[in-house]
Design a protein around this ligand. Sequence first.
Ligand code: MGD
Ligand code: MGD
Ligand code: SF4
Ligand code: MO
Length: 895
Amino acid sequence: MSSERRTTASTCCYCGVGCGVLIEHDGSRILGVRGDPEHPANLGRLCSKGASLHLTGGLEHRALHPQLRLGKTLGRTRTDWPSALEHAAERFTATIREHGPQSVAFYVSGQLLTEDYYAFNKLARALIGTPNIDSNSRLCMSSAVVGYKRSLGADAPPCSYEDVELADCVLIIGANPAFAHPVLFRRLETAKAQRPQMRVIVVDPRRTDSCELADLHLALQPGTDVALLHGLLHILLRDERIDTAFIAEHTEGFAALQSLVQEYPPERVSRLCGLSADDLEQAARWIGDAPRFLSLWCMGLNQSSSGSAKNSALINLHLATGQIGRPGAGPFSLTGQPNAMGGRETGTLANLLPGHREADNAEHRAELARYWGVDSLPGAGLSAVELFEAVAEGRIRALWIACTNPAQSMPDQQRIHDALAACPFVVVQEAFVGTETCAYADLLLPAASWGEKEGTVTNSERRVSHVRKAVPPPGDARPDWAIVCDFARRLEQRLRPGLPSLFDFDSPQALFQEFTPLTAGRDLDYAGLSYTLLDALGPQQWPFPAGARQGTPRLYSDRRFPTPSGRARFIAEPYRAVLEMPEPPFPWLLNTGRLRDQWHGMSRTGTAAQAFGHAPEPLLGIHPDDLANLGLHEGDLVRVSSRRGSLVLPVQGDAGLRPGHTWLPMHWGDRFLRGLGTNVLTQPGFDPLSRQPELKLSGVALEPADLPWRLFALVEGIGLSHLDALRPLLVEFPYVSLGLLGRERTALVIRAARAKAPPQSWLMQLDRTLALHEPLLAYEDPEAGISKRLRLEQGRLTAVRLAGEVLARDWLMQVWREGQPVDVPHQQLLAPLAAPAGRQAATDRLVCNCLNVSASAILASLQQGLDLSALQRELRCGTQCGSCLPEIRRIVSAP
Ligand SMILES: Nc1nc2c(c(=O)[nH]1)N[C@H]1C(S)=C(S)[C@@H](COP(=O)(O)OP(=O)(O)OC[C@H]3O[C@@H](n4cnc5c(=O)[nH]c(N)nc54)[C@H](O)[C@@H]3O)O[C@H]1N2
Ligand SMILES: Nc1nc2c(c(=O)[nH]1)N[C@H]1C(S)=C(S)[C@@H](COP(=O)(O)OP(=O)(O)OC[C@H]3O[C@@H](n4cnc5c(=O)[nH]c(N)nc54)[C@H](O)[C@@H]3O)O[C@H]1N2
Ligand code: SF4
Ligand SMILES: [Mo]
């Protein structure tokens, strides 16, 4: 293999912004990554996640070979592809013959490529005839799908990123793009800096970093968006700030909505939403006065029991003001995953068919059946929550999971884990071997991952990019489409012997070529696209019909909507209270969401110590007044319980939350946190139309956790490969949180607590597992249950293990981070002190991950009187990817 450094243009595998990346590699290994200046989504920019892609996902974390187990109590052993897939085909055939096609199911992902998606859908529906294929997009985008289809007639975000820059008023509602769509947020920041008169309104119960750009933050009561949006329309109507000509000529159903919103006067809305009437008036004025009004939304609207109604209420606002189909205007739903759109286009959700068709539409089914050359197709199947319920009840007996980690990301985790444990045959097609779901795999199939596969993805602005392969997949890993097609051909031999193959695809391109004609003549028509054309013209926005020379930046410019009448529809639905009102005995509201530098269940980001710099451990956010009222201090452990499960976590004061509310990052699952992770608490209740679960809102109870015996360990040079050995050792700890720390030097970090000291022999076993050998500094007080070990190498601290009492934890972490020879008497390192005299215990975290600048360094500079630009000059923080800029601004402007 040549060692020459080469570059391959591809896309980032994280969020729906869909940035172009230039992968630097030597033909076998990925060496670096840069933003692609030619890609229209990012024009060379990357955020902190994209820019550190090459640091993540090392070989030791990858699934490398197919693994099979022949009994639930047995371990998996390595096998080869033919044996693995023959076995799977045998099990699927037997299940289908005995229990019917509905007894098998597929649960797939918005992180698959369009070609993978299409292959899965054809396998499930055409070959097997099961309707049960759903995607994690059910947890993510399905309310937006319903919203667009009901109001506009087709599932299509009508805008371009450029429109975000051109708008005069941007409403960010139920989204935190500063963390979740950072490169788009950078574009918005730049536009607002150039046109300061641009208004930004953020609607979010929390004060997030996105609020740093806001002229107005409406911290509404969670779940009340429908009331707010109706209330805004009420004011716009009252003040005659609506577009009557547009309503008359291009819409229908306004009369019903008009009478409904009469019931939402400012006084009532301000009460329901917990907002001031002045703020409502202000927001309505800015929206009504703006020549160009655009809204951005994401999970705060979608993940809700009224997600569909929230989407429609927001689109109503755009239709009533005629703010759609023009530059700088429109309702712009941000897609979460890199190819959530591809899943919608290929119809890989239980109720859809390829080309934006409906599974419950007989004509659509007949059309597809003809195209695929099969007799008939099944109707709509089970959505994610219902699908796992059917697994739990034994109605689904063979389950194929690909590119998603439901044993971390689904609500009501206990139920999901029980379902997976009970399922007779579970196939997991994964790139990373350590996920929570992999633990349940009877058959584990190693998938190629980012940089190793070819296909296409569609980003939030309908832009299709050619995803290119830079390096070969490691071990026996194969691209997802190839796994699906190989399995399907083996299944065909059993289910349709002698018939021509439905899966005669030798490349992703062949799948693309079969799929795209299915879009022809439909709203998303991209029958004109091909790999060759994408390579020649670059990424293109659909529609791109055959013969087109360029993509379509904006939909509905002609004011015609893909409904039978050609008019957009107003949807009049009242505000409804949430499913699980926080009330005794679960009086606190739990909201969940994303951190800047972690991605979902952390299978990739969790492999890089650097990704933990910004948020080293999972903390339960709670308002400082509530903390005081509960008699709690920062870092104290609490037990958080919902009707479904409980977790022990440290608390963190967060003045950006409303009193009575708590917040948890969604990222921690059972692997890094004892107790099945964040989603052990969340509820499976869902929206009646979109079936998207209400992940943003559950009732919880809080009580101090009386676990005085603490354990803290930081051991340089060991990593996640130790988790499996540690896990059985830590079972008796109600609180265990594991993570990585550092950059060039990295360490595994353990935080744990229990009620009483474990026996001395336990500590010896722990030290052995952590390779804490002599020579060590040691301190023992067996009476008090205290034991400490420190390792110094060439004077430098390289391991800390504090048991019983962990007061010095933060200070010792700081000493390790500094990496200098220890310059205090060694007994001070072992003392029960937060820090020795003259030193400070910094509970530090990295704000700027690119340039390694910590919160304490920023604070120290501010104390010397530096302002933002001086800070950036001196420390250089925020001068590279810019993902930390909102936070730096927040720190600078804090009182
Ligand atoms: N860093 C990072 N970025 C990501 C991801 C990631 O894992 N990490 N995941 C990607 C994916 S798949 C997705 S779907 C997106 C999600 O992107 P976002 O939806 O922007 O992110 P979240 O943090 O889930 O939720 C956004 C906000 O909704 C607010 N919210 C909660 N309840 C309500 C409510 O009732 N009304 C309103 N108006 N707001 C409410 C929350 O307080 C939160 O701040 O992010 C994508 N980008
Ligand atoms: N409480 C709470 N829960 C939530 C949310 C929330 O806001 N709050 N958000 C929900 C949302 S919006 C989403 S999108 C889901 C996301 O939830 P998941 O889909 O479970 O998230 P990931 O951890 O990204 O899972 C993707 C898996 O695919 C693997 N993988 C990566 N690349 C490849 C590949 O090329 N091929 C294959 N076969 N595998 C690959 C990864 O290692 C990873 O394990 O979480 C949902 N859960
Ligand atoms: S904004 Fe960041 S995570 Fe999203 S695609 Fe771009 S680089 Fe990747
Ligand atoms: Mo998502």
